[in-house]
Design a protein around this ligand. Sequence first.
Ligand code: ASP
Ligand code: MG
Length: 466
Amino acid sequence: MKIILKFGGTSISSASNIRQVANLIKTLSKEHHVIPVFSALSGVTDDLIKITDHIQKRNRDAAKALAKKIIKVHMDLANQCAKNTKIRKELETKMKADLDELEGLLDGMLLLGEVTPRSSDYMVSFGERLSINLVAFTLNDIGIRAVPLTGKDIGIITDSNFGSARPLMDTTRLHVSHTIESLSQKKIMPVIGGFAAADQNGNITTLGRGGSDYTATIVASSIKADEVWLMSDVDGLMTTDPKIVKNAKLIKEVSYIEAMEMALFGAKNIHPKALEPLVAKKIPLRIRNTFNIKNPGTLVTTNPLPETQKTVKCVSAIRHTALIDVRGGSMVGAPGTAATIFSILAKAGVNIMMISQSPSESSISIIVKKNDLDKAVNSLEMNLLGKIIKKVDVTLDVSIIALIGSGMRGITGVASKVFTAVAKRKVNVIMIAQGSSELNLAFVVKDSDCNAAVQALHDEFELAKN
Ligand code: ASP
Ligand code: MG
């Protein structure tokens, strides 16, 4: 099989983990054609983003100190990963060259005191650029010919939407398949850096947070891989958060659509666009644990096996959100009210997580992240209070509970089962929304009721039973 193996940052957080991953790749490549893709080391992307914040605020010392930390972490690992002296020297030389470029970029940005979307992407792309050096040379050290290549190097071309660029798939497919094919003829394994790519002018772009997943699926689609494995430190998708429900179980199979829903609800942070390249080509995805490879993980396919189908497959919760209730008599029968409200929130940079409107049209309820609440309320009050809106009410500390499963579609009685189970635990439901796809049913409760509601539903739908 041709397998794209994508490893998250936690899989390569120490020299011994990096060696373990290299050995796993070596073992798998005896049987398969393996092409690995890597994230940055854990925390490095966050630190690079912080550096850009410091530059913007002209905190020269703080920016320099963080860069120093990143340099130390990578140089220390470079020193520990390879046993062979010659290979270790080569790794250190490559790492130093990349780190010099990082420092040069930092000095340039500090001098200008300016962070543009373009320079920011260039800066944050260094996480993956550095991590692949460690893996590629560790592979060399255990006898596998491998070269570190960034997304730009292997030929992923995107639009110039810095920060969340989209791949131009036709060009990308040509370039990526050519690069990988010619390396494979020379028996060289590309060790690909995720997350970053380049636009048509050669500027470095990034695919959005968590974008290494997306890189893996873009590459898979480009070379028609047989499978993609997302390797991290969890066994796969779970029926719910094991921190809330002790007997939460691993989900064996889900469809792409279910997985996308689950990803949006943060069950496991899969990049939301990452499944797109796979769907058209029907390339299966597995979510697996680097440190528990015996476990087959969760399989994501077009058509999960009938015996794995259930009405509800997973209950997720998003805590610490806030509810805004917007009311006003003049909202009734006035076309454009919702559009006005939502565009004001959009202008304020507020992301809306859930909406519901009563058919009387006199109120609209909106759920936002707690961090966005002040921005949201201020902008609504400044722009609309006393005009189309009479009142803005806020309920703090609420959670969204979502049930996900394509088996809910067209089945009667799911909602009644849900709300009866919740009512039995004396949990009050504040707001409800179900998309017409019937793939998920979501409702809102007080944060303090969140665990009880999740437990009740996990029991009611017997999710712990396999
Ligand atoms: N390093 C990037 C991030 O932390 C991409 C990834 O990890 O997938 O968002
Ligand atoms: Mg990451």
